[in-house]
Each structure stands twice: as C-alpha cells, then as structure tokens.
Design a protein around this ligand. Structure first.
Ligand code: ZN
Length: 171
C-alpha cells in the first residue's frame, strides 16, 4: 500500500485529508455561550459527522475534535479534547481544551461532578443538576451506568434512560 493510502486509511491522523468544514458549520447552532451540535450524535452524547474521502469511502469525525482541528489548525491526535462547559454537544472552540486521560478525569473531579450520594433509594429525587452531572460523568469521564446508579442513589435502568436521553429530554 502506498504511503498516501496508509495515511488515508487511518483517517483522523492523516494530515492531507480534506476537513469537512462546510458540512461541520451547517450543523452548528451558535448560542451566546455554547455552540451546540445539531446531530447526529454518538452513543455517549458527542456529535458525529461523516464525510466522504477523496480516495473513496467515508471518514467519521467526532464533532468537538473536528471543531478543535478547524479552529486551531492542529490534529489533537491522541490527546483528549475536553469541555470547560461540561456540555458534550458543544463545539465552541473557546470551550475546548486538550488533556490526556488523566487530565480529563481530574477535570471531572475538580468540577464536582464526582458527587457520591446515598444509595439504595430507587425513588431518590434527581435534580436538574444531577441529570446534567450523570450525563457529563458518563460522556466525559466514562463512568459506567452501574457506578452512576450507585453514586446518585438510583437504579441502573434509570441512568440508562437519562444518558440515552429517553427521559429529561428538555435538559
Ligand atoms: Zn460550551
């Protein structure tokens, strides 16, 4: 396989790939603070964009990582693109920063999203902030649904519905 072929095969690491800038912006709703991706989304709440490659086939992009690349002109590579605003769907480059997995996790801790609560009460009332924290912990910090159920004192199927946006869809 040619060098170019190999580069295109790895897609996100290729330096000569065409960035789908126009289709990216066509899916961004710029708010006063966060710029929200209008979809589609990956399972964990991050925006997704699929674009054709010049060599054929398609490349799948994580919207916030693509935003970083478009705004700052560099490929984040193996670094995490983290959110200051705790909103996985946000693609405002000013809200993004680079970190490694450790930084990402500490960022979660520092923002108080690691908020253990009493467990065992399936009927515990969740606040709007709890719902946001559950989604952020799951998407940004990769905390499992089982772990979140314990921390927030609810049952796992409820956490599943929250992170899949089957309930509390207005938050
Ligand atoms: Zn934001």
């Amino acid at each position: 396989m040619s060098r170019r072929g190999r580069q295109l095969k790895v897609g996100l690491l290729a330096t000569d790939i065409d960035l789908p800038v126009e289709s990216f912006w066509s899916r961004v709703e710029k708010g006063a603070s966060c710029w929200l991706w209008s979809g589609p989304f990956d399972w964990d709440g991050y925006g997704l964009l699929s674009s054709p490659r010049s060599a054929g086939g398609r490349t799948s992009w994580r919207a916030h990582r693509l935003s970083w690349r478009i705004a700052y002109g560099s490929d984040p590579g193996k670094m995490y693109v983290c959110h200051r605003c705790d909103t996985p769907a946000c693609v405002n480059p000013e809200h993004l920063f680079l970190g490694d997995a450790k930084a990402n996790f500490h960022d979660c801790l520092n923002k108080g999203r690691y908020s253990p609560k009493g467990s065992g009460n399936a009927a515990a009332k969740l606040t709007v902030q709890d719902v946001r924290d559950i989604r952020a912990n799951h998407a940004l910090c990769r905390v499992s649904q089982e772990e979140l159920a314990i921390r927030f004192g609810v049952v796992q199927p409820l956490v599943s519905k929250i992170v899949r946006r089957k309930i509390w869809t207005h938050i």
